[in-house]
Design a protein around this ligand. Structure first.
Ligand code: NAP
Ligand code: F7E
Length: 380
């Protein structure tokens, strides 16, 4: 018998990769998607199963984490073996603008899932994965951060996720549920949301390589993150739910890099060398040299001479956060030893994957020429 999984947030980065991974493992996959006025299934269109097909294994349901009746009735109907609770308002900066909604979706949303399983008597049947986050460590108390490091959340998002973390632990201890937290450090990919810093950078570098847009504006370039590839991280989610006992795990690469160095590496991919000068809000990055041959082989056109001497990065304080998380780096010892998990992508391979994909995407006429949200300097 195939196992049945329910994924909340299936239309997001992780939901899409996880759905693809579980389908390959022979699962029947149900996903909750929000009703929106424009199509929001782009990330899962390649695995979409037409409702008229017989024997299909991917099912989509309308729903919302803020709607208890909807969550409970879906859990009742699907009776999943596994629930991956990935749905969330996941942007840290935006959570300062929408703190109440973030708490409702991210904190109470988690409670709604746990309570549905408990109320429906599925405690012994359904395993639950909760998408916890390195943002819980915030103003870090220890370097690197492990499962034993105390939390110090620094945003409405992180505080909501703190509730999600502890309510998961509480339901595990109170009701014997197989409920686990994956404390995942930042993970990225070609389908990462365009307003997270890595994707903002790879899109912008691609657009500038193709001769569109002038300057990328960023916030705190000194912030450091432990960046991995989402494909590696969804494997970890599945491994966590496949353990005989529920538990909490840090999933990270163990290497931390600044936003500034991520920018350097993304330009490096197209053969362009960037030099930073100035301090604080006056900091800027200029291209000092371009390897024309490498540029041409990676971009597919020109020699990159249009970039030489140009200011390509500057700081806009609008992207600063009221409280910042300056540095994160995870200790993945427990995941490596207990789950046998280890990442296959390093940062170079991640950036190459993202750059390759964005260069291809931006080269499409409609992407390159359109303004508005198709350019690179978003609000966030
Ligand atoms: P994402 O790309 O932003 O996807 C979030 C998903 O949640 C989307 O499918 C979104 O739907 C859905 N969603 C948002 N609010 C909802 C609501 N009220 N009801 C139902 N669905 C809702 O995030 P991700 O990067 O895949 O991350 C997955 C989970 O892991 C999130 O919980 C995130 O907080 C957490 N996390 C992420 C990272 C990371 O580095 N990526 C690290 C640690 C933890 P739409 O497509 O309609 O917007
Ligand atoms: O910011 C700095 C920013 O928005 C990373 C979410 O998936 O990972 C993500 O949260 C860093 C921060 O991700 C810009 O200030 C500089 O220090 O890409 P981000 P995040 O805040 O780390 C965690 C683990 C999650 O759980 C979240 O769901 O980059 N930064 N300049 C910028 N960030 C953005 N977005 N835009 C800038 O222009």
């Amino acid at each position: 018998m195939s196992k049945t999984a329910l994924i909340t947030g299936i239309t997001g980065q992780d939901g899409a990769y996880l759905a693809e991974y579980l389908l390959k493992q022979g699962y029947i996959v149900h996903g909750i998607k929000r009703r929106s006025s424009s199509l929001n299934t782009e990330r899962i269109d390649h695995i979409y199963d037409d409702p008229h097909n017989s024997g299909r294994r991917l099912f989509l349901h309308y729903g919302d984490m803020t709607d208890s009746l909807n969550i409970t009735s879906l859990v009742q109907k699907i009776q999943p073996d596994e629930i991956y609770n990935l749905a969330a308002m996941s942007h840290v900066k935006v959570s300062f603008e929408t703190p109440e909604y973030t708490a409702n979706a991210d904190a109470l949303g988690t409670l709604r899932i746990l309570e549905a399983v408990r109320m429906l008597g599925l405690t012994g049947h359904t395993r639950i994965y909760q998408a916890s986050t390195s943002e819980l460590y915030g103003l870090v108390r220890q370097v690197p951060q492990s499962e034993d490091t105390p939390f110090y959340p620094r945003s409405p998002y992180a505080v909501a996720k703190l509730y999600g973390y502890w309510i998961t632990v509480n339901y595990r201890e109170a009701y014997g549920m197989h409920a686990s937290n994956g404390i995942l450090f930042n993970h990225e990919s070609p389908i990462r949301g365009e307003t997270f810093v890595t994707r903002k950078i790879t899109r912008a570098v691609s657009r500038m390589a193709l001769g569109c847009d002038d300057c990328l504006y960023l916030g705190n370039m000194s912030a450091k993150r432990d960046w991995g590839h989402a494909k590696d991280y969804v494997r970890a989610m599945h491994l966590i739910l496949s353990q005989p006992e529920p538990d909490d795990y840090v999933i990270a690469t163990g290497i931390t890099t600044s936003v500034r160095d991520f920018v350097r590496m993304a330009f490096g991919y197209i053969g362009a060398e960037i030099e930073f000068s100035g301090e604080g809000t006056a900091e800027e990055g200029r291209i000092v040299s371009v390897n024309g041959e490498l540029f041409n082989s990676r971009v597919g056109t020109g020699d990159g001479s249009h970039l030489k001497g140009r200011r390509v990065v500057a700081v806009d304080p609008a992207y600063f956060r009221p409280t910042e998380v300056e540095m994160l780096v995870g200790d993945n010892t427990k995941a490596r030893t207990k789950l046998g998990w280890q990442p296959q992508y390093d940062l170079d391979a991640l950036i190459a994957d993202m750059m390759k994909s964005d260069l291809k995407l931006m080269a499409r006429e409609d992407y390159l020429r359109k303004g508005g949200y198709r350019t690179m300097n978003y609000f966030e």
